[in-house]
Ligand binder design. Structure first.
Ligand SMILES: [Fe+2]
Ligand SMILES: [Fe+2]
Length: 192
């Protein structure tokens, strides 16, 4: 079956950077969840005629908002505050690949956000495996499962509105570009 299979795994050095500065990671993670929730709602606002995605996108927005709340609770417990917003270089570079034209843009947005979810799921899994705090371990295990379903959903939506050939071709191009972006960007104590 067609799936979003990342072309390069995360470097084994990344988790060391994260565990060295977990507060920064947690802060970035909170921002990612909040933005993912907003993305779900943006799809609803921008594509009201694509009725098959409305309810699942509202559901995704709710799940991401719940994740945001959960991460915020973890931050608070550690005596940390939310920090101000910044777009990460990874997301900026990926979003710059989105083409213009209503249909092309729609397809690229679905696939790009699917790839962002897939990378998130991979990395939350790495955190779950390597973190020693039992509460955080369970939290990141559950999150990994949830984010996996999200990337599968974005791909499913793409296949609902576009042919398999078109989706496969564009997904492959975007995954190749994502692998290049991954290789060139420095490792950060952040989700990406
Ligand atoms: Fe999430
Ligand atoms: Fe997600």
């Amino acid at each position: 079956m067609l799936g979003i299979r990342l072309k390069v795994p995360t470097s084994s050095e990344w988790i060391k950077v994260v565990l060295n500065d977990f507060p920064s990671f947690l802060n970035d993670h909170a921002a990612c969840e909040r933005k993912a929730s907003a993305t779900g709602l943006n799809f609803v606002v921008q594509y009201p005629d694509r009725t098959e995605l409305i309810e699942p996108m509202i559901q995704i927005a709710r799940e991401e908002l719940l994740h945001f709340q959960q991460v915020y609770t973890l931050l608070k417990k550690q005596g940390l505050q939310l920090s101000s917003d910044e777009r990460t270089p990874y997301v900026n570079k990926l979003l710059s690949l989105i083409r213009t034209g209503r249909d092309q843009r729609f397809l690229d947005r679905l696939l790009t956000f699917g790839i962002i979810e897939a990378r998130g799921a991979e990395r939350f899994g790495i955190v779950a495996e390597n973190i020693s705090d039992p509460e955080l371990k369970v939290f990141y295990q559950k999150l990994t499962q949830s984010e996996k379903q999200h990337h599968e959903f974005f791909l499913k939506m793409a296949l609902k509105y576009f042919s398999t050939d078109e989706v496969e071709l564009r997904l492959d191009e975007l995954l190749t570009a994502e692998a290049e972006i991954m290789k060139e960007l420095p490792l950060r104590a952040a989700v990406q």
